[in-house]
Each structure stands twice: as structure tokens, then as C-alpha cells.
Design a protein around this ligand. Structure first.
Ligand code: HPA
Ligand code: ZN
Length: 341
């Protein structure tokens, strides 16, 4: 039976574990929020914005991304962008999302942490109530800033500790090694939070190793460059460390030259616990299902691979075991239905 990949992926239950709420502001919403808040934009039309989303590396993207954050001012803004993403994810049959927000990019502009968190959390509650999609919140520290700033964010977010799943590390990777944040990650773990770090996107394999061995992360965000170090690949495979891979992000930030050279298939063959995610979907031209399909088309991933990626996403989530088991059963049911005559 020929696989109708688009149909199979569309109905495949899955989790998304690596996306940035600020990176999901579609240009239409950006204009709406800019008008609402009287924030001037450098573009006049939605088309102009999309034209501007051509990047040559991570930094060229981060410059635009931080600039786009200026339209987020009120609690309602943070609610609206989060609710829009969760609605779109629900349409991709994402059953559970673990989302990053970067408070430092907002508090530095004079937006209160309370404004950010209350808006996001209200949207997460609404999405669960209205669509049944569950979600968790990860606070991302910016690695180009001093470790003290990350520690101050951890302290400031304590009043919301019961609503925060964990902490991550993002931003300009090269020159800001994981070791710079050893105390911050130890403090997060000591307080019982889950921890992840972006590593091996533009940085070397040694950054991935440091994240695992020194920061003791629960997941690696990206992880591509681990393939340069066979001993590290063996270690990650043995530990089962999840990698939250973002194929279209890698393409748009020129981490890979073209999709046929994306390392996802190699990762799966090496026994790595890889998952597929959208990272910053409005900037990189695709939501999670677009990422699954791009890999199917360019790398020849078959129904077994696509199913494995969805199963990995559930098992790599921070959901309790019972809910994981229920979602895995849903995946198996979808797979069985696809193969029924
Ligand atoms: N890499 C690093 N930091 C980020 C990214 C990314 O892809 N997206 C948003 N912040
Ligand atoms: Zn990311």
C-alpha cells in the first residue's frame, strides 16, 4: 500500500517539545499587535515581513526575532500569541506541547514577568479547556547574557514555580558554552525543575557533551553536531537522551545546505532518540507537520520512521507515565488504522 504521508502525518498524534512562543507570531498577528500597542514596524505589508525572513545564520535570525518581540506588551498579547500557536498545533494533532518563552527579552524592555507569565498561562488553560491540548512551560535563559541574569530570572519566577515545567538555554551559541551556565543549571535541578539546553546547532559536539555531562540536561535542543563525535553518539544513544531536532529551522538558518543533507535519518539509524519540532514556525516557514513531511520527502522517511518520531516525542516529553501510555496507544491505533484494508 502506498503511503499517503500528508494524511498519515496530519492524523498522527504527537507532542511538540521545541518551539519558542515568540517565534510563532505570524506576520498578520504582528501587525495587529503593533497597531494595538502603537509600536512602529519597519515593514508595511505582511508580504514585506515574509520577504525579510531570509537568514544566513542564527544571529541574523535572532536580530529580527528580538525586534519582533517588541509588539508583545500586555498580558492579552502574550495570551493571544500563545493561544494562536496552541490552536495551530491542535490542528496538526499535537496532543501536548512543551513551549519556551524567554522572559529576559521582555523584562529588559520593561514588561513585567507577571504580564508575560499570566498571559501565557491563561492561554494554556484555555487551550486545554477548549481543545483538550495540554502544554507545559519552559523558561529559556539567553546565553549571551551573564549567568547572574539567568539566576535572577529563576529567583523572580519562584511565585509561579508550580506552573513552570523547567528551564532551557538559547540564543547565540558560539562563544557561549554550556559551562558558562553550570551554576544556573545546578540551581534549576536542585529546585526540582526539568532542564534542556540548545546545543550543537551552530556550536561544536563538545557543547553537546558539556550539556549532558556538566549541565545534566534532560534533553538536548537540536544536537546536530553530536554526529561529529562517534563516542558521543554512542553515549547519547546508550543514555537515550532525547534530541529535539528542528529540520526546517536548520534549513532556514543554514545549519544544513539542503533538506536532502539533513542528519535526521542518520540520527535514527544511529539509535539516537530524535524528535521533530518547529522551533520558530512563523519565521521558518512551517509548523510541526510541515517538518515531518519535509523529512519524509527529502530523506525518504517511511511510515515506521514517522511513527517512531511521534512515539519518541511522547516518550521524551515530561508528561507522567500514564498519559504517555495513553498517547502511545493512540499512535498505535492510528498506525493500525492506516494499515487496515
Ligand atoms: N536557537 C537558539 N536560540 C533560539 C532559537 C534557535 O533556533 N530560536 C529562538 N531562540
Ligand atoms: Zn530553539
Amino acid at each position: 500500500m502506498a503511503l499517503d504521508a500528508a494524511r498519515y502525518v496530519a492524523g498522527l498524534p504527537k507532542a511538540e517539545l521545541h518551539m519558542h512562543i515568540e517565534g510563532s507570531i505570524e506576520p498578520e498577528l504582528m501587525f495587529e499587535l503593533a497597531a494595538r500597542n502603537g509600536v512602529p514596524l519597519r515593514w508595511k505589508t505582511v508580504e514585506e515581513v515574509r520577504q525579510a525572513y531570509r537568514f544566513h545564520n542564527l544571529q541574523s535570525f535572532l536580530d529580527l526575532y528580538y525586534d519582533g518581540c517588541r509588539v508583545l506588551v500586555t498580558e492579552r498579547d502574550f495570551h493571544d500569541v500563545t493561544r494562536a500557536y496552541l490552536r495551530r498545533a491542535h490542528a496538526d494533532r499535537v496532543r501536548h506541547a512543551e513551549m519556551f518563552i524567554g522572559p529576559q527579552g521582555h523584562t529588559r524592555r520593561g514588561v513585567a514577568l507577571e504580564t508575560v507569565l499570566e498571559g501565557v498561562l491563561a492561554a494554556m488553560d484555555a487551550a486545554e479547556r477548549e481543545d483538550g491540548i495540554t502544554s507545559g512551560l519552559l523558561l529559556g535563559a539567553q546565553r549571551h547574557l551573564p549567568e547572574e541574569d539567568a539566576l535572577a530570572m529563576l529567583e523572580a519566577a519562584e511565585p509561579w514555580r508550580d506552573r513552570i515545567l523547567g528551564y532551557g538555554l538559547g540564543g547565540a551559541e558560539v562563544g557561549n558554552p554550556p559551562s558558562k551556565f553550570a551554576r544556573f543549571f545546578a540551581a534549576c535541578r536542585e529546585r526540582g525543575f526539568r532542564v534542556t539546553a540548545h546545543a550543537g546547532e551552530e556550536g561544536p559536539a563538545s557543547y553537546v557533551r558539556e550539556s549532558v555531562e556538566l549541565l545534566q540536561v534532560d534533553r538536548i535542543d537540536h544536537g546536530n553536531s553530536c554526529l561529529d563525535d562517534p563516542a558521543l553518539v554512542a553515549e547519547l544513544a546508550a543514555r537515550g537522551t532525547p534530541l529535539t531536532v528542528c529540520p526546517l529551522s536548520n534549513l532556514r538558518l543554514r545549519v544544513v545546505e539542503d533538506m536532502t543533507r539533513h542528519p535526521l535519518a542518520t540520527m535514527l539509524r544511529a539509535g539516537l532518540n530524535a524528535t521533530v519540532n518547529s522551533d520558530d514556525p512563523s519565521y521558518f516557514g512551517g509548523y510541526v507537520n510541515d517538518n515531518y513531511l519535509a523529512c519524509h520527502e527529502a530523506l525518504g522517511l517511511d511510515i515506521d520512521d514517522l511513527t517512531l518520531l511521534a512515539r519518541n516525542s511522547i516518550r521524551a516529553s515530561f508528561l507522567p507515565a500514564e498519559r504517555q501510555a495513553a498517547l502511545l496507544a493512540d499512535i498505535d491505533a492510528w498506525r493500525a488504522a492506516a494499515e487496515a484494508p
